[in-house]
Design a protein around this ligand. Structure first.
Ligand code: 5GP
Length: 192
């Protein structure tokens, strides 16, 4: 039997609009043997999104059934009636191939994963330059209506308080710098 080392976990968390998704996408292109953990969620699909690529889009009913059956490593009602979670099967599928798993999840979810996996996981918090900049980015992105944007800003404010509980913090003021810092951090961790 061939023994294959189980992959490690790299968690990127941040308030939405911090640029963590861009960072994660950039890291996936590097030679780090990373595969993206596709989360499940119960929010409607946005334009351009695909089931099984961006998320596993489930109905609320399906999502709640999976919670009951213990299929999630972590899950959360991130916004009212919008559930998000990491499926155990997804993490195992990637790790069993000897690949490292990279997560793009919210702050509470990131901390829950870290609690679950301890030293097998590196939890990185992506800090936005400021709340004002965050608000600008969310408005520029304009995938949500103003009410939803306000909810995201309120949530972001409370999430910034948790940064210190993460293993590392990356300040995302200059994207190129942040990418290179993240690459070094991840490379060091997966080689350790
Ligand atoms: P969006 O609706 O913009 O795709 O995501 C909303 C928030 O949910 C983001 O902060 C995103 O990181 C978070 N999220 C995505 N997947 C998961 C997950 O599996 N678990 C948790 N706890 N949050 C997630």
């Amino acid at each position: 039997m061939v023994y294959r080392k189980k992959g490690k976990l790299v968690i990127f968390s941040a308030p939405s609009g911090s640029g963590k998704t861009t960072l994660v996408q950039r890291l996936l292109k590097k030679d780090l043997n990373l595969e993206f953990s596709i989360s499940a969620c119960s929010r409607p699909k946005r334009k351009g999104e695909e089931h099984g690529r961006d998320y596993y889009f489930l109905s609320q009913e399906e999502f709640l059934r999976k919670i009951k059956e213990g299929e999630f490593v972590e899950w959360e009602e991130v916004y009212k009636d919008h559930f998000y979670g990491t499926l155990r099967s997804e993490v195992e599928r990637i790790r069993n191939q000897g690949k490292n798993v990279i997560f793009d999840i919210d702050v509470q979810g990131g901390l829950n994963l870290k609690k679950n996996f301890g030293g097998e996981a590196l939890a990185i918090f992506v800090m936005p330059p400021s709340l004002e900049e965050l608000e600008k980015r969310l408005k520029r992105r304009s995938t949500d209506d103003p009410e939803k944007i306000n909810l995201r800003i309120l949530k972001a404010e409370s999430e910034l308080k948790y940064a210190e509980l993460f293993d590392r913090i990356i300040y995302n003021t200059d994207l190129e710098k942040a990418v290179s810092e993240a690459e070094n951090m991840v490379a060091e961790f997966i080689q350790s």
